[in-house]
Design a protein around this ligand. Sequence first.
Ligand code: PGA
Length: 252
Amino acid sequence: MTRKPLVAGNWKMNGVASETRRLISLMKNELETLHNKVDIVICPPFTSLESAYYALGQSSTVVLGAQNLYFQAGGAYTGEISASMIKEFCSYVIIGHSERRTLLSESNDDINLKIQAALNSGLKVILCVGEDETARDNGTATVWVEKQLREGLKNIGNIANINITYEPIWAIGSGRAASGNDAQEMAFFIRKTLSSLYGKETQNTRILYGGSVKPENIDQFLQQADIDGALVGGASLQAQSFTDIVNKAAGQ
Ligand code: PGA
C-alpha cells in the first residue's frame, strides 16, 4: 500500500497578512514542483487565509488549511468561523490540536461535532491526537490516544477524508521530538484502532507525526512504515526549513 505523503505547516497565531504573502512568495515555486510526490498544506491564521489564497493563486497545487472551525453552520456565534467560510479558501482543517484541547478545554465531543461539520462541507480533516508527558511516563499513552480516537470519531461513518496526526504534547514546541520508534509504535497503534472501527479502508489513512519536526529529524519519521508525513509548527515559519522538510518527504 503506498500512501502519498502529506506535509502540513501549522503557522499557529503567527503572521499578519503581509508576512503571509512574503513567506508564501518565498516558498511557492519550489513547493509546487514537488506536488506529484507530496501533498502540501499551509495553515495560516484565519485573518491571512484570503491573502494566502491569492498569493498562491487559484490553480496552485499547494493548498490551504484552517487551524480550527466552529461546528455550527452560521448564526449568532460571535467570534466563530464556520466550515463553509473556511471552504472558500481552504481544502483542509486542523481539528483537535492539543493547544486548543488544553488552553481552550476542547473536548472529544466538541471535536466530534467539528469533524462532522468539516466533512459535511467537503473539507479534509487533520485530526490531532497525542498524550501528555505523565501518560507517556506512566505507560498509559495508548489508552489516552484510543479514547481521543473513539470519542472524536464517534458516528463518523467514513474515514476517507480524515488524516490523523500523532502529536505527543510533550514534543510540541519543546525541541524534544519523539524518537522514530516511539512515533511508529503509536502510529501502528492508531492504525490498528482505526481498523477496528473502519476495517480495511484504514490502510489508505494517512497518519502524520507532529512535535518539533525539523529538516534534521524528519527522516526518522518518514522512514517508518505507518507514518505518512508531518504536521510542522515552528519550522514551517521559515521558508528554508519548510521547503527542506517537504523536499525530504518528496524524496522518500
Ligand atoms: P512544533 O509544533 O513543530 O513547533 O513542535 C507542531 C504542532 O503543534 O503542530
